[in-house]
Write a protein of this length. Structure first.
Length: 496
């Protein structure tokens, strides 16, 4: 998975550098707070939001339970409509398929709609190795590409950049990629948008091949759906002669009526709009209208392995709205790059370790990149219980155990660096299973409370360095309950 920046340090180390960048933190704080407030207002307008959220959860869960059947239906529907379906087991296979399809057209350039799936596979780099130039056309993705940067947000990939930085990138880089930035370009939003529009227009009119992802694929008709706010997607989807769409297998919905739910919840949760300015839908090919050749590449790349996990599979419900990022206190301070994945924030902390496994130090650390405050679950439009999955993955990291990798059932070994945690959990299990030992330990802790340190030694310093250790009561709860009859003598909790 080229596009996931493997080889990066573990999250704590990467985040430590990010939180010291005051400019980055200022950019993130301003952007996330603004989006968060607008989203809350947009959601408050809908009286049946809770019902829509539950409907979205049920549709996604139903689809995942019957994914084999719906995948076959998608293939049949797309083929019947004149499209060609390809199956990619992993990122490398997906990239090989796309590169071959582009070479067969005789072209050496493609224009791209913003696509998380192709970022996940590292398609741009793979095409470059084949001598094919891929041009991003989403404004934020264009900023990232021109700046030789990486996305740091699902919805707003250049959220870590301010207007002055964007102006400097446009001035210095646009000329090497095509039409240069206008002379005297300032950092006003209108001028930056106009510079991008002029730069991209020549690429739209010249390109013969377009590459996209999809927000949804309707199984009953083979229709693909892309929602966006700028119109660049509409240009990429209609002007080229050949369109290649790379889509994760979890993006399927069974029927047209299911779109009613998601076309209400996605825009409000992502851009805080009642509906997206551009909602593009296409079904196969049509003579004289749109691309003459359409290819659909269905991408697995760890999704089937994730589906096999009864707790973790709920991550596949994700509709990429990014609402969880905008409320996450960890993401707001650390930014997206620290996650080492195209999926940052809370959803990335549970999705990346499942798609890639927890074998690397980076992926083993991601489930810990959370305070477990639960804000992400509260805003998720498909009710993914991210804290539940985080705890589940932490257990996998610490204890290892059965899992599915590459379609095979394996037994994972515990990750390094968690021996003390495993020992502590075993000791707790032993004590909690033996009431007498637990009672003795509680009394001993109460009688020695004056000697307890205020900070923990060794590795525990990382925890107690910013927290106060809770004081041990003078009397264990069980003893107090027995002595007072559960407070029946009127002492309440004073005796403790």
């Amino acid at each position: 998975m080229i596009g996931t920046h493997l080889g990066m340090p573990a999250f704590p180390e990467a985040a430590r550098a990010a939180v010291r960048d005051t400019t980055l933190r200022g950019n993130l704080r301003h952007a996330t707070h603004t989006i968060r407030a607008k989203r809350a207002a947009a959601v408050a307008e809908v009286s049946d939001w809770a019902a829509l959220r539950e409907a979205g959860r049920r549709i996604k869960d139903h689809t995942l339970r019957h994914l084999d059947r719906y995948l076959e239906q998608v293939e049949a529907s797309v083929t019947a409509a004149g499209g060609i379906v390809h199956w990619a087991a992993d990122a490398d296979e997906a990239n090989r398929i796309v590169a071959r399809l582009v070479r067969e057209t005789g072209e050496s350039e493609v224009v791209k709609v913003k696509s998380m799936a192709t970022q996940e596979t590292g398609l741009n780099e793979a095409l470059a190795d084949e001598g094919i130039h891929a041009y991003e056309t989403d404004l934020a993705e264009l900023i990232v590409q021109l700046g030789h940067d990486r996305p740091s947000h699902i919805l707003v990939p250049a959220i870590h950049r301010n207007r002055g930085e964007i102006r400097d990138v446009f001035r210095s880089e646009m000329g090497a990629w095509g039409r240069p930035a206008p002379d005297g370009l300032t950092d006003t939003p209108a001028q930056l948008a106009e510079a991008a529009r002029l730069h991209l227009r020549e690429k739209f009119l010249r390109a013969k091949v377009g590459v996209s992802g999809a927000n949804f694929v309707v199984a009953e008709t083979g229709t693909l759906v892309v929602v966006e706010s700028e119109g660049n997607g509409r240009m990429c989807l209609t002007l080229p002669e050949t369109l290649i769409s790379v889509v994760g297998i979890e993006k399927i919905v069974p029927a047209w009526r299911d779109l009613e739910v998601f076309l209400q919840t996605l825009p409000r949760s992502s851009t805080a709009e009642r509906m997206n300015p551009y909602t593009s839908m296409w079904t196969g090919t049509t003579d004289g209208d749109g691309p003459r050749v359409f290819h659909l590449v269905l991408l697995d790349n760890g999704r089937t392995d994730t589906l096999a996990d009864e707790v973790g599979r709920q991550a596949l419900r994700c509709i990429r709205c990014s609402a969880c990022l905008n409320v996450c206190p960890v993401y707001e301070r650390a930014g997206g790059h620290a996650y080492g994945s195209v999926y940052p924030g809370p959803i990335g902390a549970i999705l990346s370790p499942q798609l890639r496994g927890t074998g690397s130090a980076l992926d083993a650390s991601l489930p810990y990149a959370s305070s477990l405050c639960g804000a992400c679950y509260e805003v998720c439009p498909v009710a993914i219980d991210i804290p539940e999955v985080l705890v589940h993955l932490r257990e996998r990291v610490v204890r290892g155990g059965p899992a599915v990798r590459g379609g095979d059932r394996v037994v994972l070994r515990p990750a390094r660096g968690h021996a003390a945690e495993r020992a502590a959990m075993r000791a707790a299990l032993w004590a909690l299973a033996r009431p007498g030992a637990l009672r003795t330990g509680q009394r001993l802790a109460s009688r020695t409370r004056r000697f307890h340190p205020r900070t923990l030694p060794g590795p525990g310093r990382a925890w107690s360095g910013t927290r106060d250790l809770p004081p041990v009561p003078a009397e264990p709860f069980r003893d107090w309950w027995r002595r007072t009859g559960g407070g029946a003598d009127g002492t309440g909790g004073a005796a403790r």
